[in-house]
Design a protein around this ligand. Structure first.
Ligand SMILES: Cc1cc2nc3c(=O)[nH]c(=O)nc-3n(C[C@H](O)[C@H](O)[C@H](O)COP(=O)(O)OP(=O)(O)OC[C@H]3O[C@@H](n4cnc5c(N)ncnc54)[C@H](O)[C@@H]3O)c2cc1C
Length: 441
């Protein structure tokens, strides 16, 4: 008997679940359903364009996609082209892995001003995610406020700070490269409510900020303790945070000669309002203090920093599709260790919320695969045939993995010298390229 499983979403959560199922059940058939023609979720649309090494994890996913027991159904959106209930009728199990791509809101006045964006939108824009191709942020600015002090904030600051030469070996899309590199931007502020000890940077990413060709990291040494001590942190966390603090202290020694941009690490600064008439012109902040338990409180001292573009990097949340049970507070689908309902599961950011690295998804997805296998009732459902018929009836233009490889090769062939690819930034452009390639065979 061959079990059939549908996985919804081809990001890391979905791809590790697919590989786990193929490994653990040598008979099962897996369909990976993805709303875009292009696979791999945030690996393509989130991970920074200058972090090509990180994006290389896609090669492992390519090998999973190449398994003859797996089919890729790209350009199929669950909730639009086919419903969750319909998937449950067709397949023996359904694993939802559709991520958490909706920006959290700051909840302060002025958030609706023009040129204020969430990081998913802004990062998606410079990474060529089709949902954000038309975002059109105005880069005719001299200062940017990046609100948040995690790795995504570092990505945003770094992409804005790097020179055209530094970015020439990346797949930053032209619609973002052109305005970023033409910008008169000089100052990038990264605002954190808490201090440098609490900032959730990964040290490798943080160190890069001291190695930028034309941008100087600016720190206030008064914010940095010599020795990190925080009773609420584990020894491991203390070691990691000490390394970050040492890295940031060393930024004060970076030679400013020839640097025409500054990246300000502005800690103990809590945004309370974005100011401007129509478009953002400044951010108003309150100075904060952090107590020995890591609790932050305002001091009542306020100040303003001029900025004409603001990007909030304060995490993201999922949304329910097809009436799935939803935890509004955590922004995830309600699940118990991955189980949502009989034969229906969640993995990745949809399951846990938007935390952790690519690797975090691996063990997490594998644990859910064990549940899928243990829970199976042995009943056979119609499987792929039923899903295919439904998609055909609805006129879906399904992109297979070989189709995607054709599209990808066209992107690679079009790459400027030194760059890995030139991305298509809309599904239509991908489908046209595919049709064009078919005509030439
Ligand atoms: C800006 C940014 C940068 C990051 N950089 C790094 C990094 O450098 N290193 C690192 O380790 N981690 C990084 N991460 C974290 C990493 O990307 C996540 O851990 C991981 O992508 C989560 O995987 P996921 O499968 O849950 O979600 P996603 O990667 O978001 O995948 C979800 C997939 O589901 C698809 N989908 C959505 N809705 C539907 C639907 N209705 N039907 C069908 N398909 C659907 C989406 O198109 C997408 O392909 C970064 C995250 C962000 C936001």
């Amino acid at each position: 008997m061959k079990r059939t499983v549908a996985i919804v979403g081809s990001g890391p959560g979905g791809m590790y679940a697919a590989q786990g199922l193929l490994d653990k059940d040598p008979d099962c058939l897996v369909d990976v359903i993805e709303r875009l023609p292009s696979p791999y979720g945030l690996i393509r649309g989130g991970v920074a364009p200058d972090h090509q090494k990180t994006k290389r994890v896609a090669r492992a996913y390519d090998r999973t996609m190449g398994n003859p027991r797996l089919r890729y159904l790209g350009n199929v959106e669950v909730g639009r082209d086919i419903g969750v209930a319909e998937l449950l009728d067709a397949y023996d199990s359904v694993v939802l892995a559709y991520g958490a791509p909706h920006d959290n809101r700051l909840g302060i006045p002025g958030e609706g001003l023009a040129n204020v964006f969430g990081s998913n939108a802004f990062v998606g824009w410079y990474n060529g995610h089709p949902d954000f191709t038309d975002l059109d942020p105005d880069l005719d600015v001299d200062a940017v406020a990046v609100i948040g002090v995690g790795n995504v904030a570092l990505d945003v600051a770094r992409v804005l700070a790097k020179t055209p030469a530094e970015m020439s070996v990346t797949d930053l899309v032209p619609h973002a490269a052109d305005p970023i590199h033409a910008s008169r931007l000089t100052d990038i502020y990264m605002f954190g409510r808490r201090g440098p000890v609490e900032a959730a940077f990964t040290n490798v990413e943080l160190r890069e900020m001291g190695e930028l060709e034309k941008a100087l990291p600016v720190v206030d040494l008064g914010h940095f303790p010599e020795t990190v001590s925080a009773p609420y942190m584990s020894d491991r966390d203390l070691r990691l945070r000490q390394r970050n603090v040492d890295t940031m202290r060393a930024f004060a020694d970076v030679d400013p000669a020839g640097k025409d941009k500054r990246v300000h690490f502005a800690f103990f600064s809590s945004p309370v309002e974005l100011l401007g008439s129509g478009r953002v012109e400044a951010v108003r902040l309150e100075r904060t203090v952090v107590d020995e338990n890591g609790k932050v409180s305002g001091t009542g001292e306020h100040f303003e920093v001029a900025c004409q573009l603001a990007v909030t990097c304060i995490g993201s949340r999922a949304e329910p599709i097809d009436g799935l049970p939803f935890d509004e507070r955590r922004g995830i689908v309600v699940n118990d260790g991955g189980r949502i309902a009989p034969r229906l599961y969640a993995v990745g950011w949809l399951k846990r919320g938007a935390t952790g690295t690519i690797g975090t998804n691996k063990n997490d997805s594998l644990a859910v695969v064990d549940l899928v296998i243990d829970d199976w009732d042995g009943e056979m459902r119609p499987g792929r045939k039923a899903a295919d018929e439904m998609l055909k009836r609805r006129g879906a233009r399904v992109v297979s993995f070989p189709d995607w490889r054709v599209i990808e090769q066209i992107e690679i062939d079009a790459a400027p010298e030194g760059a890995p690819r030139r991305k298509f930034v809309s599904p239509e452009a991908m489908l046209d390229a595919l049709a064009g390639a078919a005509e030439h065979v």
